[in-house]
Design a protein around this ligand. Structure first.
Ligand code: ZN
Length: 312
């Protein structure tokens, strides 16, 4: 699997109230908080990571909860506009009732590319979908008291990117990342990589007249694609540079190594490694239980803990 993009690594979005975000994803959606840390560029803001038991790439959704005064974002072009999770066959009834019971805005179950899905908005307006994939998703889910394995999310099914012009973004996916066009319906183009079984789909929605979205509360900040290791990361850095695009140096994010670049359609893309993973600073059984700070902020722990909002 060397020199390949292995589907989605994680997705990072912006939220408002930290406790509301934490409660929604851990209790209502039943994800595990696998890391509670701070924004490395702004340590007085949390950075939450939600995923499966150990934070397997392809299951990780992260948030910067900017607080109640966050500006409301707007879906539009140059953004990831939908995040799709896969769920088991027969679970959509459970989810529809659960979303209703929690006053979550949702649509009726619908069909896309022959798969049933349920669209809803998280408390900040972030658009999510639960999709029943044609082929059973065999990933082991995280279970909670309220969301058992027979219903639980398995990790990402797909993301959707909205753009004015399909070509530029599609070229990065196909010529650099190894995706291929799988299907098309109206203005939705479904791309897939055969390098992995899960979190392998990217939809591009071409909306010629749509205006540029606003990246703020309730919107996606960036999507990260997964590579095996740092050598592969640097291989892709070379490929992006060869296209004449700007890309950052390798950045140490404690739990993975990253590169960031803006793809020609305007979406912020990241490429992130599998190593070292989330158990580097706490054992698997305790993931997410303590506030983890990168070394440069340990000296300010007391002050940071005082200003961060309480979650319980
Ligand atoms: Zn990221």
């Amino acid at each position: 699997m060397h020199n390949k993009i292995l589907g989605i690594h994680h997705i990072t979005a912006i939220a408002g109230n930290a406790k509301r975000n934490y409660d929604f994803y851990t209790r209502v959606l039943g994800l595990r908080m696998i890391k509670k840390t701070v924004n490395f560029d702004d340590p007085e803001t949390y950075h939450f990571y939600f995923g499966d038991e150990v934070g397997t790439p392809g299951t990780i959704l992260t948030f910067f909860p900017w607080g109640d005064r966050v500006r409301q974002g707007r879906r539009g072009t140059q953004q990831v506009t939908e995040i799709g999770y896969s769920v088991p066959q027969g679970s959509l009834d459970f989810w529809q009732k659960r979303l209703e019971a929690n006053n979550i805005i949702h649509n009726n179950v619908a069909d896309k590319f022959g798969e049933q899905y349920l669209t809803f908005l998280d408390p900040d307006g972030l658009k999510l979908e639960l999709t029943v994939p044609k082929k059973e998703d065999t990933r082991t889910p995280w279970e909670t008291d309220e969301v058992k394995a027979e219903h639980a999310t398995r990790g990402f099914h797909h993301i959707s990117i909205t753009t004015n012009k399909l070509d530029a973004t599609a070229r990065i996916l196909t010529e650099v990342f190894g995706y291929r066009l799988l299907q098309q319906t109206v203005n939705r183009y479904r791309f897939i990589t055969d390098a992995v079984e899960h979190a392998a789909i990217v939809d591009i929605v071409e909306a010629a007249g749509e205006s540029v979205g606003l990246v703020a509360g309730g919107s996606v900040h960036h999507v990260a694609f997964r590579v095996k290791d740092e050598e592969t990361l640097m291989h892709f850095r070379g490929k992006i540079l060869a296209l004449g695009l700007n890309i950052t140096e390798k950045i140490d994010r404690n739990y993975f190594f990253s590169l960031y670049f803006r793809e020609p359609g305007g979406v912020l893309f990241e490429i992130a490694t599998e190593n070292p993973g989330f158990t580097i600073d706490e054992p698997a059984a305790e993931l997410g239980s303590g506030l983890k700070l990168p070394a440069q902020y340990e000296g300010s722990r007391e002050r940071i803990e005082r200003v961060l909002p309480q979650l319980s």
